[in-house]
Write a protein that binds this ligand. Structure first.
Ligand code: SF4
Length: 374
């Protein structure tokens, strides 16, 4: 008994004396306390059936990574499947019209992603003979690809170990290693990138990259975190300090701008008048119902754009708020029937489209919401 206390006191003394050194050692070796347990965890608990994990190629990884930006996995799955069956190879994408690519993105939002995919496919066709480049800097130079996406493409395809930094990875790393502070600030971002690099192993980096994303997506969730199922719970500092919800630090939410538009839902028998929007502004390049400021006169707009002077208003459907990342738009649908009149003129960017075809062209979700409510 006496010797037990003697030795445990001795070890406690050594630990106290070398605590900082020990912590330093631990800090220097995140692969032991973090990477290895996560790799081990993935073999039993990781996701293995996502459509982009089958027949994996840099092209398929690229499309999935772009679709997954700001969008949930369950939303992306049907879009990815449809997109890849329409454009199975990079050259299929490059050889298509941008409008066709956009129509396969319709409803997924953040349409600049689709425009950049198409632009990048054209570059890959021209500069790399339709083969996805395999050098980090070449991938990074393509439109719409940042360091995390470039890293994911290389790592997940077992080409080169590269760190990644999406929302899930940021959350897991910052909680486990207790990185406080605003991760949008350049200095903090640099710090967490460095950590991500140190955690990325030299071998099995494809599995590790998938594993850390899976851990963030299924266990280390923003609010409903499941620490009891976490392979790194023993060394997680946020858990130890009971400060999980405070990490990563939330950005102060900016007040969104509010605007209001009248949407002219002009129907002629079973077709609707749609207008292709400018390349700039809200819903760039998408097809939309003609959109008027609330003080613009509906009758004058219709007369000057179609030559029709007599219109029938129909029962309106309720106004609703459509939220974009930076703006809340109140939309007032104004339903008008012109089936009895002859359209004398239309601008080049306007056309009548049958209701059942609207889902197959590139429109905003707001247009789809209205069609569903009619
Ligand atoms: S222990 Fe909890 S907070 Fe820490 S990494 Fe795991 S799930 Fe996240």
């Amino acid at each position: 008994m006496g010797s037990y206390y003697l030795y445990s006191d001795l070890y406690r003394g050594i630990y106290r004396r070398y605590k900082n050194y020990w912590l330093e050692l631990t800090k220097q070796n995140p692969q032991e306390i973090f990477t290895k347990p996560i790799l081990h965890w993935w073999s039993e608990h990781g996701r293995k059936d996502l459509p982009w994990q089958k027949n994996k190629t840099p092209y398929r990884t690229w499309v999935s990574e772009i679709m997954l930006q700001q969008t949930q996995v369950k939303t992306v799955i049907p879009y990815f499947t449809k997109f890849i069956s329409k454009f199975p190879k990079i050259n299929d994408l490059a050889n298509s019209e941008q409008s066709e690519v956009m129509s396969h993105w319709s409803g997924l939002g953040y349409y600049s992603r689709a425009r950049n995919l198409h632009k990048a496919a054209l570059i890959i066709k021209k500069d790399y003979g339709g083969i996805f480049p395999n050098k980090f800097d070449e991938i990074l130079s393509l439109p719409g690809i940042g360091p995390s996406t470039a890293g994911a493409i290389l790592s997940l395809n077992n080409i080169e170990p590269r760190a990644i930094m999406d929302g899930n990875v940021k959350r897991v790393l910052s909680r486990h290693f207790f990185i406080e502070g605003d991760l949008t600030k350049a200095g903090m971002l640099k710090k967490i990138w460095k950590l991500s690099e140190r955690c990325t192993p030299e071998t099995d980096f494809d599995i590790y990259t998938q594993a850390i994303m899976d851990l963030g997506a299924t266990v280390c969730l923003p609010k409903k975190y499941k620490c009891d199922q976490c392979p790194v719970v023993k060394s997680c500092i946020a858990k130890k300090k009971n400060k999980i919800e405070l990490i990563p630090q939330k950005k102060a939410k900016k007040q969104k701008r509010k605007i209001e538009y009248n949407f002219l839902v002009i129907r002629s028998e079973d077709s609707f008048l749609l207008e292709q929007r400018d390349a700039n502004g809200i819903w760039p390049g998408l097809w939309s119902f003609p959109t008027l400021e609330t003080d613009e006169k509906v009758e004058s707009w219709i007369e000057s754009n179609t030559g029709i002077s007599k219109i029938n208003y129909q029962n309106n459907i309720d106004s609703f708020t459509h939220s974009l990342s930076h703006i809340d738009i109140q939309i007032n649908p104004v339903i008008i029937d012109i089936s009895d009149s002859k359209v004398e003129r239309l601008k080049k960017n306007m056309t009548f489209i049958k209701a059942q075809k609207i889902n197959s062209i590139a429109t905003s979700k707001a247009v789809k919401k209205i069609i569903d409510r009619l």
